[in-house]
Ligand binder design. Structure first.
Ligand SMILES: [Zn+2]
Length: 504
């Protein structure tokens, strides 16, 4: 039976919708009858079911079995690591079979306050590239996740299509097209926090077989995160202190749009650092990870949590027969944290008899050690006055890196002062304190793109594409394609076009 090749990261919903277009089927139910042997299957965006039947009907020629569909073309990998292993098994079974009514409940969506975007979303530049490469559009998984409202490739905000995420009709398959993905002009630059979360979402989606840690392992994981951050006092965890760090590390726009711009730690955040009794959502986990373990891959964080002891009590006595290495690691970490707490810093802890422990951890658990030690530094730094000269140097270095990384990419939105600032952590605070940051000011004065330079860049992009495809365009066609209305065309772009005229 005909079924189109699935693209990388494409939602199964999207492939079914394209299939209907390819086959020229008017009736949605006919599609369902052919592919699922059942006209009553619902067209679900995130966690579809009856996939066993579908893969029986279409899978063999394409080498697609139901398990692969679940992992690569649905949002299953966003939920699976954060529910109990037993529930994860039931969720997958419900998706492969016909457990229609309970699927969303099993994923924890209904209990962990997960919301979804009202509309299916897209990145206009990605769509243009899909069209150039495949001759059609498709819906990507990573665009449909609330909290991650950015395209990582083009560093821009995602736009809403006119197709609802949950449609009123259960049998409505709509392929992405220029009609339901309207856009005018280039999209706005992405928010730095959206980009961070989007990266985490991509890592989760590409680690579908990452383990699901148990409640006990999560409790231990978050407890040790708090210790790493120096936010414990005896058995007490200073949640307020941790929350203030979350507030200072994410942009206020992102916090506000996710309902997190509150001075008191929300209930779920407090519960996360206590004994885990229920599941938390991927967005809640990512919110914490992107602050306290920035730069560490989500897949490796899941492995780290799943390797923690799962026994009720871990004694300080002899090692249990099983899980020796993990157990030893856990004990060594505990010892180092204790030494750090006592000595008040890495250097002192090493001098006061912790040297061999430090080397052991350096050999076996370097990443954890580095993050833990850095976390300590942050804590002390917060109590002092901010060193603006140092901060200026660090931020300027970061700006230069952003400039180099985005310089070759002709598809990036206009690299204005606001765009550069939005790429920095704590962008609002940087903007407010620009007068204290002379290097950054100098950088922005020199490298922020003017409207004219941006128009020339857009023209260049189209011209390069045309040169590669051997296409020649009229001047008005070029202008229209690049959105240059005569009233807004700058002098620079006008003389660029004139220069072209003379060459042609
Ligand atoms: Zn894109």
């Amino acid at each position: 039976m005909y079924f189109p090749m699935l693209h990388q990261d494409e939602l199964l919903y999207s492939a079914l919708a394209r299939c209907r277009v390819h086959l020229g089927l008017d009736s949605q139910k006919e599609l369902l009858r052919q592919h699922f042997s059942d006209p009553w299957v619902a067209a679900t965006t995130d966690l579809p079911n009856h996939l066993g039947k579908l893969s029986q009907n279409i899978g063999r020629p394409l080498g697609l079995d139901a398990a692969l569909l679940v992992r690569r073309h649905t949002l299953f990998p966003l939920y699976a690591p954060f529910i109990t292993p037993e529930r994860r098994g039931r969720l997958e079974k419900a998706m492969v079979e016909d457990g229609e009514s309970g699927t969303l409940g099993l994923s924890g969506i209904t209990t962990a306050a997960v919301t979804w975007p009202p509309w299916l979303r897209f990145c206009p530049t990605c769509l243009a590239e899909m069209h150039a490469r495949h001759g059609e559009y498709y819906w990507r998984r990573e665009w449909q996740v609330i909290g991650a409202n950015a395209c990582i490739e083009h560093l821009c905000r995602l736009l809403d299509s006119s197709v609802p995420f949950r449609r009123r009709s259960r049998y409505d398959f709509q392929a992405a097209s220029p009609w339901n993905c309207p856009h005018r002009g280039p999209p706005a630059p992405a928010d730095a926090s959206d980009l961070l979360i989007a990266k985490g979402v991509r890592q989760l989606l590409s680690s579908p077989d990452a383990p699901s840690p148990t409640f006990r392992q999560w409790s231990r994981f978050y407890h040790s995160l708090a210790v790493e951050q120096g936010a414990t006092k005896g058995h007490h965890i200073r949640v307020g202190m941790l929350w203030r760090r979350v507030l200072s590390r994410h942009s206020s726009n992102w916090l506000a749009s996710n309902g997190l711009l509150v001075s008191e730690a929300p209930h779920w955040f407090v519960a996360m650092f206590r004994k885990h009794r229920k599941s938390f959502s991927f967005l809640q986990h990512l919110t914490v990870w992107t602050c306290f373990r920035q730069g560490q891959d989500a897949g490796s964080l899941l492995l780290e949590a799943a390797r923690l002891p799962d026994e009720e009590k871990v004694s300080d006595g002899a090692a249990p027969v099983t899980g020796h290495t993990d157990w030893q690691l856990f004990q060594q970490r505990k010892k180092w944290l204790k030494a750090l707490g006592k000595a008040g810093g890495t250097k002192r802890a090493r001098e006061q008899g912790g040297q061999s422990l430090y080397f052991w951890l350096y050999r076996h658990d370097r990443q954890w050690l580095m993050v833990t030690n850095a976390g300590r530094k942050v804590e002390h730094g917060n109590h002092r006055q901010i060193d603006w000269v140092r901060r200026d140097r660090q931020l300027a270095k970061r700006l230069i890196r952003i400039e180099v990384e985005s310089g070759e990419n002709l598809a990036v939105p206009r690299r204005s002062q606001a765009w550069f600032l939005s790429q920095l952590p704590h962008s609002a605070s940087v903007e407010k304190n620009l007068r204290r940051l002379p290097l950054c000011r100098g950088f922005l004065g020199k490298y922020a793109e003017s409207l004219g330079e941006y128009q020339v860049r857009r023209l260049t992009k189209v011209l390069i594409n045309d040169a590669l495809t051997g296409r020649v365009r009229k001047k008005w066609e070029l202008e229209r394609l690049c959105g240059l209305q005569t009233s807004r065309t700058t002098e620079l772009a006008r003389s660029f076009l004139q220069g072209l005229d003379e060459k042609l």
